[in-house]
Design a protein around this ligand. Structure first.
Ligand code: GLN
Length: 528
């Protein structure tokens, strides 16, 4: 097993996740099998309970793991299916060490950060890497070098570097090279953060410098000298218009050659050229100014924060690349529609209501859905976006003015409710239904036309369901439930509209560049 560890210095938000994913993609393009682990030094056991305001989207894996959004980047760049073990947190590590201590596994020893916590970290990394079956495993350490929280992880990496063969483990450090008012590229922040690594006993083998303009030769020379790496191991990661171009940027900077030398990789005959297709699709969108530009209104709750809906943005992008159009996304705060004029939605070619929790903003979303239904604007609802479409229909078509979801309290018509099996489950208000489930699709429906098959698998993250009690009457009044898993409704559509479909699952989590999620693709096609 070969390991590539990616750390970050200077500040957060430098694109460490994209750099990690891109390094993986470079190796995959050359025919190596790659996996990736994200280490998050926070104490939460997983990202499931974390606010989207602080950490951005909670990404959901096939096995139901609720993980950091970087795993979404790895899955999209590497086109792999990861599992929850690929996100290691301080919480997980301590949970396991404390469980062992309670079982008496440590035979009376004093349990300490070194060696017990660090041993646990190394063992989790090695196990996950081994189980993935990949040849190269990337390990991204969240946070910035110097944070108290990441110390045990960096110490574990230091130990691993001693234990592994030299050519089996290398460290990539991502830093920032700002430009001052005189246009000079400043290397001091990089020097300092590499020094900080050195104090922890770690040596950066490659330095990836985020910069607005490619690093000048003198800048590279200076970094090489002060940071103790060959000049060719200093890589400029210049800003690009799309994250999917980062692998090519790194490649042009000689990243792969460095990796090959340092890791002793033998050249492969088989190459994976699928990424060329992705880049060709991006280029085609750029070079053609005459493409259609559909306008999509996304009515959500965390709209001012870019990372909250990252998988939805990416899924729209993948679909747009396939449909050859340039969508314009408008993020509309649901609450602004509550008392305000819904007529702001006039002129949009499509309306999308994403997933969400709690009652805040739901009335605004319901008004947006009503607008889409009544004005026959293509509508795509995701999870909460399906539940609210059912509520809207129950209120305004069936006539139950108080129809609601039990998530927001009592109502005489709880058309969205907890199923008994969910109600009786452990935890806050019933455990969440998470991850992959198989869905049966009814023939002759829009869903069947979209997927072209009778069985699909998609990822889930919800507690509430369409209340089985109301299904017959909702059907009678015109809702088509076109997909289900046993007694759980997974898809609803309104056949009298041109395109009105919503799913209880989250199709955005399985969308990949070059393999757009069928629901998103069909949504864009309907708009075009
Ligand atoms: N809050 C709803 C539920 O728990 C919808 C969840 C979601 O949109 N992800 O069922």
């Amino acid at each position: 097993m070969k390991y590539i560890v990616v750390t970050g210095g200077v500040m957060s938000g430098l694109g460490k996740g994209i750099t990690t994913a891109s390094i993986g993609r470079l190796l995959k393009n050359r025919g190596y099998s790659v996996s990736a682990i994200k280490i998050d030094p926070y104490i939460n056991v997983d990202a499931g309970t974390m606010s989207p305001y602080q950490h951005g989207e909670v990404f959901v894996l096939g096995d139901g793991g609720e993980v950091d959004l970087d795993l979404g980047n790895y899955e999209r760049f590497l086109d792999v299916e990861l599992t929850r073990e690929h996100n290691i947190t301080t919480g997980k590590v301590y949970q396991s060490v404390i469980a062992k201590e309670r079982r008496g596994d440590y035979l009376g020893k004093t349990v300490q950060i070194i060696p017990h916590i660090t041993d646990e970290i190394k063992s989790q990394i090695r196990q996950v890497a081994k189980r993935s079956g990949a040849e190269v495993c990337l390990i991204e350490i969240g946070g910035t070098v110097g944070d108290i929280e990441s110390m045990p992880f960096l110490e574990a990496i230091r130990q691993m570097k001693m234990e592994e063969r030299k050519e089996d483990m290398l460290l990539v450090h991502v830093t920032l090279v700002p430009t001052d008012a005189q246009g000079e590229q400043k290397t001091k922040p990089t020097q300092h953060s590499v020094k900080e690594l050195r104090e922890l006993g770690l040596h950066a083998d490659l330095i990836v410098a985020r910069c607005h303009q490619p690093l000048k030769e003198e800048t590279k020379k200076k970094i090489a000298l002060f940071c103790n790496v060959p000049q060719k191991a200093v890589i400029s990661a210049v800003d690009v218009d799309d994250v999917y171009r980062v692998p090519s940027v790194l490649e042009q900077e000689g990243m792969f050659d460095c990796l090959r030398t340092l890791l002793g990789l033998k050249p492969r005959d088989v190459k994976d050229t699928s990424w060329d297709g992705v880049i060709a699709e991006l280029d085609a969108l750029k070079s053609n100014g005459r493409l259609k530009q559909p306008r999509i209104a996304i009515v959500g709750k965390y709209t001012h924060f870019v990372d909250t809906y990252i998988s939805i943005r990416e899924a729209i992008k993948h679909a747009a690349m396939a449909c050859k159009c340039v969508p314009h996304l408008s993020w509309i705060e649901a609450e602004s529609l509550e008392n305000g004029d819904v007529d702001v939605l006039r002129g949009y070619d499509g309306i999308l209501v994403p997933g969400g929790f709690g009652s805040r903003g739901t009335e605004g979303k319901i008004r947006a859905i009503q607008y889409a239904r009544e004005h026959d604007i293509p509508y795509l609802g995701l999870c909460l976006g399906m539940q609210l479409a059912v509520v809207e229909f129950a209120r305004n078509v069936v006539g139950w003015k108080d129809a609601a979801s039990s998530e927001w309290g009592e109502s005489a018509h709880p058309v969205i409710d907890l199923l008994p099996e969910q109600k009786n489950a452990e935890g806050l208000g019933g455990t969440m239904r998470l991850g992959n489930y198989e869905i049966e699709i009814a023939e002759g429906t829009l869903a069947h036309r979209i997927y072209g098959t009778k069985k699909i698998v998609e990822r889930h993250r919800h507690r509430y369901e369409v209340n089985p009690k109301y299904i017959p009457i909702l059907r009678e009044k015109g809702i088509v439930f076109s997909g289900w898993h046993h007694n759980r409704m997974e898809l609803m559509e309104l056949p009298q509209n041109r395109f009105f479909i919503a799913s209880q699952f989250h199709p955005e989590f399985r969308s990949r560049p070059g393999k757009p999620a069928p629901m998103f693709r069909a949504f864009l096609e309907a708009m075009l």
